[in-house]
Write a protein that binds this ligand. Structure first.
Ligand SMILES: [Zn+2]
Length: 373
């Protein structure tokens, strides 16, 4: 358990500090992290990188993967959980069997983390950027064009906006689940609009996939936890299952991980189906591996508030005259951070507790399905 007065040590004020704490913690476990540096820079000209710590044997049979910051700003709490994981490893409180490896990958989208955006340097949502082989970077949800004007206004300063009223009408007309699905699925046609999935697999994702390709050949079974925030009740995590979400598999997962396990079905819970999800994209290249893929999604504020904040931030980014570096200091970006990483001790300690517990459960799950442990 992390005491309230210690939370500040884990929740960093910016990307550079978060990264430094992660590197310091990896020193305590005597591991040299692999640094995958991007060609873009942060707002203070700092280097931006995905930093990966690997703990375990050279050729693991089984693997736990923990990823954070796929959505930039969600890296604040994700990094906090990962620094704590490394501390627990150093203290001998976190252990895996001899044939199991643990990958902790810090800030899959370091650009968004540093610039306080959810998307990357191409305005792309990286959890829509990993289309499986053969799928083209084109298309959008059937009704996206009906929402385009509402979600993506093409001016910055307008005295009256009425977003809430207009969105209430849309939700009434379209139905909440259809609207949710349409907004969240991912689109590949409008590069300045919300939920853009990109026009190719971008640099960060390419380097991350390249890293995984070196370690996956010996692996039979993976449990992958991808840490996110911004969906569901305040401080409570939903476990959204990618890949095999058959009744049988879901009931097995529920009995092990608890009742917050949900399929990625827009009518069944808080979730929605997406295109180009990271875990689906990676796993589709390795069909011989048995994958359990869990998106751990911690709730913050209500869905409409989340969309409103994303919309305002995207609008400021593309349609204001604010100088690039000053955008990182804008009220819209600061608000976005608060929406995805609330500065509440209560929220933070809930995240720290469940963030650790799920990794313990994953290690246990991986062990159960293997006879030699
Ligand atoms: Zn997310």
């Amino acid at each position: 358990m992390v005491a309230d007065e210690d939370l500040w040590r884990y929740f960093a004020p910016d990307y550079v500090t978060a990264r430094q704490r992660f590197l310091d913690a990896s020193e305590k476990v005597n591991v040299e992290p692999t640094t995958l540096t991007l060609s873009v820079r942060g707002p203070s000209e700092e280097n931006l990188s995905i930093d990966v710590v690997y703990l375990g044997p050279e050729k693991p049979n089984r693997l736990i993967i923990h990823t954070s910051g796929v959505h930039g700003v969600e890296g604040f709490p994700g990094s906090a959980v990962q620094v704590r994981l490394l501390e627990r490893w150093a203290a001998g409180e976190l252990k895996v069997p001899d044939d199991t490896g643990l990958i902790i990958a810090h800030a899959i989208n370091p650009y968004g983390f540093a610039w306080l955006r959810r998307v990357n340097e191409n305005n792309a949502d990286l959890n829509r950027n990993f289309l499986p082989p053969g799928e083209e970077y084109v298309g959008e949800p059937e009704k996206y064009h009906e929402l385009d004007d509402l979600l993506n206004p093409r001016t910055y300063n307008k005295p009256f906006d009425f977003f809430r009223i207009k969105s209430a009408f849309v939700i009434l007309k379209m139905g909440f689940n259809v609207a949710k699905q349409t907004i969240a699925e991912g689109q590949y046609e409008r590069p300045k609009a919300l939920q853009f999935g990109g026009s190719e697999l971008y640099e960060g994702p390419r380097k991350w996939v390249g890293y995984l390709e070196k370690i996956l050949p010996s692996v039979d079974r993976v449990v992958w936890i991808d840490f996110h925030t911004g969906l569901g009740p305040f401080g409570v995590d939903s476990l959204l299952i990618s890949g095999d979400d058959s009744e049988e598999e879901l009931s097995r997962l529920k009995s092990h991980y608890g009742d917050t396990v949900q399929p990625n079905d827009p009518d069944a819970g808080v979730a929605y189906r997406i295109r180009g999800g990271m875990m689906n994209g990676v796993s589709s290249g390795w069909p011989e591996i048995d994958w359990t893929m869990i998106t751990q999604e911690f709730g913050t504020v209500k869905p409409l508030q989340v969309i409103k904040s994303l919309r305002a931030e995207n609008r400021m980014t593309h349609w204001s005259a604010i100088e690039e570096r000053k955008k990182a200091n804008s009220k819209e970006r600061k608000h976005l951070v608060e929406v995805f990483s609330p500065s509440s001790d209560k929220w933070r300690s809930m995240i720290m507790f469940r963030g650790q517990e799920l990794v313990d459960q994953a290690i246990d799950d991986l062990g159960k399905l293997s006879p030699e442990v």
